[in-house]
Design a protein. Sequence first.
Length: 136
Amino acid sequence: MTKITTEYLLSILTPNFELNRRGKRSPYLECDAGWNDIIADLHTKLAMLYPNYSILQIKEKLGGLRFYTGSVSDEIHNEFHNIIGLAEELSYRTCEACGAKGTMCKREGWIKTLCRPCFDVWSKDSENCQYGFKWE
């Protein structure tokens, strides 16, 4: 289960969010709190490699984490993006809602990675749901 709160996560990520047009940082997450531990661990590893990296966007897409950053130097580019790739892969096995072990699920065209209890809550008002969805 997720141990890091969204408020704490945003507090450690904020200095790395890119400045907006008004010169302010606008940190936000477009995913649920179940991935907070993955994102915090990812941030720690990236900051050790390149402390001033910039975060462009953090979101869920097609059931997985997407972590978009600004450019990094050629010397660390591959290692930097491999670290991001490993975190994104882990998200496909982690419930986005609570952080427990999860699997991809589908509801009326929407795809999320969820554990069984979170899937049951997410799908309770829909008949067109599939737990354990796999891409065909």
